[in-house]
Design a protein around this ligand. Structure first.
Ligand SMILES: Nc1ncnc2c1ncn2[C@@H]1O[C@H](COP(=O)(O)OP(=O)(O)OP(=O)(O)O)[C@@H](O)[C@H]1O
Length: 330
């Protein structure tokens, strides 16, 4: 277990420039979240030593490891494409990292058994990768990364190739396992739900920069800007002009305590349905247990979410709404 620090890292590929500083605490599970091409994988590869930064330093526990090759960093890596050795059994695949480190046979057998237990693959030792499902193959990849007892675990979109149900199950298990081992983990994804479920903290990235780092709840309800707000989920962002400390959209008023233009931000579930001012329902989506209402006020669209059981089977044409909580964005 170690802490990780990226200090003033710069890496350029043509037009693209990655520029990041980041601290990850001992035993923390931090997610790099962002759209395709924002630099998540490059950041991970710099930590792994697979990519050399143009500028800046990488520290593990305060020790500068920028010039250490990957195999001297004691890192476990898991990628999207499981990258298992196809002709080797599960046991051999997992044991490989220990064999190259010349760990004694007895010790290898013990550690492979333990780690297969941990990922729920006891009894699969003699199977070949092609005889496993995608989810099972990814468990093997995880076991292989963990068996060497790495200081740091790096996971790059490990669930992207799996179907939704398996993904949901496995993300919960990944969290359980890394927390049980207390291993410092960096997880790359573009899936906001995965990031919310897994992370101690999330770093939201865009165009080679970290926009904001924080705990899931804080990022979700207190985003620093519009990009973070939109990337973490559905947001209502209404640009209004405030007068005498109030900004109003028709009868829907916000006490902003300042004058002039501003962006009012609130989440759909912070729209209380059934009280307040009237809004027209212009569309809706049924979700498991919830309904997402598209409302119109003064020609502007507001998204509200309410429990399905509270709305009932028949969606009304008009509803009353009140905004419980909002934030002003820059
Ligand atoms: N070896 C390379 N040579 C040239 N350009 C590269 C190289 N590696 C990455 N890039 C570029 O750097 C940018 C960031 O890529 P990176 O893979 O880090 O993004 P990402 O956020 O992980 O995206 P994705 O989710 O699509 O994997 C992209 O524009 C990519 O084309």
């Amino acid at each position: 277990m170690v802490s990780i620090e990226l200090r003033d890292i710069i890496k350029r590929f043509g037009e693209f420039e990655l520029k990041v500083s980041l601290s990850v605490k001992d035993g923390e599970l931090l997610t790099l979240l962002g759209p395709s091409g924002c630099g998540k994988t490059t950041t991970l590869r710099i930590i792994a030593g697979l990519e050399k930064p143009d500028k800046g330093r990488v520290y593990f526990d305060g020790r500068d490891i920028t010039d250490l090759p990957p195999y001297e960093r004691n890192i476990g890596l898991v990628f999207q494409d499981y990258a298992l050795f196809p002709h080797m059994t599960v046991f051999k695949n997992v044991a490989f990292g220990l064999e190259v480190r010349r760990v004694p046979r007895m010790e290898i057998e013990k550690r492979v058994r333990e780690v297969l237990d941990l990922v729920g693959l006891r009894g699969f030792e003699n199977r070949l990768p092609e005889e496993l499902s995608g989810g099972q193959q990814q468990r093997v990849a995880l076991a292989r990364a963990l068996v060497i007892e790495p200081d740091v675990l790096l996971l790059d979109e490990p669930l992207s190739n799996l179907d939704a149900k398996v993904r949901e199950k496995l993300r919960g298990e990944i969290k359980r396992i890394v927390k049980e081992l207390g291993i410092t983990t960096i997880y790359v994804t573009h899936d906001q739900e995965e990031a919310m479920v897994l992370s101690d903290r999330i770093a939201v990235m865009n165009f080679g920069r970290i926009e904001q780092v924080g705990e899931p709840y804080d990022l979700y309800y207190n985003p620093k800007n519009e990009f973070v707000a939109n990337f973490l989920g559905i947001s209502n962002i209404v640009e209004l002009e405030a007068k005498e400390g109030r900004a109003c959209l028709g009868d829907l008023c916000f006490e902003v305590g300042r004058e002039g233009k501003g962006k009012i931000f609130f989440r759909p579930e912070n729209v209380a349905v059934g009280e307040g001012i009237e809004a027209e329902v212009i569309g809706y989506e049924l979700l498991p247990g919830r309904v997402r209402l598209r409302l119109s006020i003064e020609g502007r669209e507001i998204i509200a979410e309410e429990l399905l059981s509270r709305i009932g089977k028949k969606i009304p044409k008009k509803v009353r709404i009140r905004v419980r909580e909002f934030k002003i964005l820059p």
